[in-house]
Design a protein around this ligand. Structure first.
Ligand code: A3P
Length: 286
């Protein structure tokens, strides 16, 4: 084999960018009791990370950052070598929790680990992504290349072209009923979180008492997360990619109505109808 370690990787792991390190995916060792949260960006990933951390701990308001307790599996960690990142993953006690935005094909251990999916209306994901970009610090926007996007239309065009939402849903849909996959819609989570908690506990075989569930519900509420937003925006070195008040933003269903033009909304829906199966569209309510 020739070239850098990354050049010799199986292409299934994808190509490197500021939020995707294929080397980590290729060398990660899955465990049977690992839980991977998989989502398209802006579909409630951080909420699900916190839900799972709180359920695993029985209620913990003291954690420093969500990235420390539920790391983003494929995120490049530029201050660490690959071996150091993988050693940190190995040192985590079971059951480990990870976040990923990978497609099914890029996800390691799909036949071994438990997977919890959160999906969200693509129109709301798009508008949430616009605010995500605008709420980033200048340094973070330059690092990710997002500084090229100056206004809503730029972000819309880039979101459509990049197509992460469509790719993610399309790749996971055939696995929705796999025995190790549990899929929630953000809209249903917003309507009633109780059945979500019950289903996750049953799926993972975890047990909590009434008082613990009460605590968990407090710490996963939008209000608590917004009031403690630094826990969700800072990385493990205490640096934030977001301006104060950004990221845990509004948390509402249908927020796209305030931003998308009718033409832009049609473009999203047309692409969804071209790429996704009818039963998938029906499930998503599109
Ligand atoms: P909005 O930008 O629409 O407010 P992700 O973590 O995948 O990037 O998703 C971020 C979205 O989830 C943001 O949506 C954020 O406000 C919302 N969110 C975060 N915590 C939430 C909570 N506890 N309840 C509801 N929505 C939440």
């Amino acid at each position: 084999m020739t070239g850098t370690p990354e050049q010799s990787l199986d292409p299934r792991w994808g190509t490197r960018d500021p939020t995707h390190d294929p080397y980590l995916l290729a060398h990660f060792t899955p465990r049977a009791d690992d839980v991977l949260i998989t989502t398209a960006p802006k579909a409630g990933t951080t909420w699900m990370q916190n839900i799972l951390h709180q359920l695993r701990s029985g209620g913990d308001p003291e954690f420093k950052t969500i990235d420390q307790v539920v790391p983003w599996l494929e995120l490049p960690r530029n201050h660490l070598s690959h071996e150091q990142v993988l050693a940190q993953y190995e040192a985590m006690p079971s059951p480990r929790l990870f976040k990923t935005h990978c497609t099914y094909e890029q996800t390691p251990g799909t036949d071994t680990v438990r997977i919890i999916m959160s999906s969200r209306d693509p129109r709301d994901c798009m508008v949430s992504f616009y605010h995500h970009v605008m709420d980033m610090t200048d340094e973070a926007r330059a690092y990710t290349g997002y500084d090229a996007m100056k206004n809503f239309d730029d972000v819309f065009d880039s979101w459509m072209k990049h197509g992460a939402w469509f790719r993610n849903i399309k790749s996971w849909w055939p696995h929705k009923n796999d025995s190790n996959v549990l899929w929630f819609r953000y809209e249903d989570m917003k309507e009633d979180i109780d059945p979500v908690i019950e289903q996750i506990l049953e799926f993972l075989g975890w047990q909590l008492n009434h008082e613990q569930i009460k605590q968990v519900k407090k710490y996963i509420s939008f209000e608590w997360m917004k009031a403690h937003s630094n826990k969700f925006t800072e990385n493990t070195e205490g640096r934030s990619f977001f301006k104060p008040g950004g990221f845990i933003r509004k948390g509402q269903v249908g927020d796209h109505k305030s931003k998308l033009s009718p033409e832009q909304e049609s473009l999203i829906l047309e692409k969804a109808h071209t790429e996704l199966e009818p039963d998938c569209l029906a499930f998503l309510g599109l």
